[in-house]
Design a protein around this ligand. Structure first.
Ligand SMILES: [Zn+2]
Length: 279
């Protein structure tokens, strides 16, 4: 499952390669699953539009599009193409002659000659088209962990009795925080995953916000150097592995105090923590 830093890295890589390019032709597979907006409508709507920018919102990749008949220089987004990678989705920028991978569901031919391809073996990914003249822009339900301020962050957990780990994973509170970054940020903030959110002190929440932001930013920075592996013609995944402190390190010594890392299940997810460093 791609996590926030991975999606951010992909969005930046795709943006670098297709910003300003125009969609001239659209091909979609016949599988119904990936198409949140009906396939025929997406194909009709996308053709002719210019890609103004590509960015991440939550764990979604959002392509801002101009009208197909926009005058040159008129760069107001009037539509969006939203790509959710699901479990196994990939968004690739390729040359037209590069072999089409199995499970390719979308091929957008661009005026530059490049192709934007969506590949997804397990088909949990979703492709959606939004006309901004007749509806709202895409927004993730939760707040952005990279930009949220300390007061707003603390307010998210105020009065909530659920476990702090479950609260971090709740996408309606924070957008795009997955299991790895929840475990790692709780370790860095020294908070046990099963503390009740409303019992975590303001000082601890301040530490948690900074830890989360630092870890995500670090991961994005590392990922930036492997962007070409992601969206390159061969479509090979090449994402870095972070040096995790607790995630998937059950029984191994804590990097800080040497106590064996423990694993429990919180909110149905494997959860890793140091019983000594986290209180
Ligand atoms: Zn420890």
């Amino acid at each position: 499952m791609p996590e926030l830093p991975e999606v951010e890295t992909i969005a930046r890589g795709v943006d670098k390669r297709v910003r300003g390019d125009r969609i001239v032709e659209v091909w979609f597979s016949r599988h119904p699953q990936p198409f949140k907006t009906p396939r025929a409508r997406q194909a009709r709507e996308l053709a002719g539009r210019k890609i103004l920018s590509v960015h991440r919102t939550g764990k979604h990749i959002v392509c801002e599009l101009s009208s197909s008949n926009a005058k040159p220089g008129a760069d107001d987004a009037t539509a969006q193409w939203i790509v959710h990678l699901g479990m196994t989705g990939r968004l690739l920028v390729t040359t037209p002659e590069s072999p089409v991978a199995p499970h390719t569901h979308a091929r957008l031919t661009l005026a530059s000659g490049r192709e934007l391809r969506f590949v997804d073996p397990r088909r949990f990914g979703r492709l959606e088209f939004r006309d901004l003249r007749h509806g709202a822009a895409f927004g993730a339900p939760g707040d952005e962990p990279l930009t949220i301020g300390p007061d707003q962050f603390a307010a998210l957990f105020c009065g909530r009795r659920l476990y702090i780990k479950a609260a971090l994973l709740n996408q309606t509170l924070l957008a795009g925080v997955g299991n790895i970054y929840a475990d790692e940020s709780l370790f860095h903030a020294g908070i046990r995953p099963r503390r009740r959110a409303n019992r975590v002190t303001r000082d601890e929440l301040d530490r948690l916000r900074l830890a989360l932001r630092e870890i995500l930013t670090h991961a994005i920075r590392l990922g930036g150097s492997s962007v070409s592996d992601y969206v390159g013609a061969d479509g090979e995944r090449g994402f870095f592995q972070l040096e995790h402190c607790v995630y998937l390190r059950t029984g191994e010594p804590c990097r800080r105090c040497k106590t064996p890392i423990q694993r429990i299940v919180v909110a149905g997810r494997g959860t890793h923590f140091c019983p000594k460093c986290q209180r």
